[in-house]
Write a protein that binds this ligand. Structure first.
Ligand SMILES: [Fe+2]
Length: 136
């Protein structure tokens, strides 16, 4: 079942919400390619898209957090670096063993992004509303 973005995941910024929706879309494309057993090359391509998009998104989000003087910026940057390491590792494991069960892949991706949005990204939404910093 595809992952869905919902309003409760909104971080209070349109551009960043759009990025999260896009990331979820790419994750769903990857899972679709796995479930439909698309060529390994195609699955690898979607995974590369996910890595590239994630990297750009994290940079954008960190620039935003800097712009709003978010006190949790350093911890957030560390969390992003850890997520990037995890997804690189995920890609390596996938390429070494592309036939691993789709539930395992799905569980990792779902947890990997959604957990970060809920645990860390939603904290800056609270900060923005608490300090009434104008949102872009
Ligand atoms: Fe984040």
């Amino acid at each position: 079942m595809p992952i869905e973005w919902k309003a409760s995941l909104s971080v209070g910024d349109f551009a960043l919400d759009r990025d999260h929706q896009q990331l979820i879309g790419i994750m769903n494309n990857f899972m679709d390619a796995v479930v439909k057993n698309h060529a390994l090359e195609e699955r690898g391509r979607v995974l590369n898209d996910l890595l590239l998009y994630t990297k750009n998104h994290f940079q954008k989000e960190e620039a935003y957090l800097q712009q709003i003087d978010y006190p949790g910026l350093a911890a957030h940057q560390e969390a992003h670096a850890a997520l990037m390491r995890q997804v690189f590792e995920f890609r390596m494991k996938f390429l070494l063993n592309p036939d691993q069960p789709s539930q395992d892949l799905f569980a990792f991706l779902n947890h990997w992004l959604i957990n970060h949005i809920i645990k860390m990204d939603l904290q800056y939404r609270e900060f923005v509303s608490a300090t009434a910093t104008p949102i872009r």
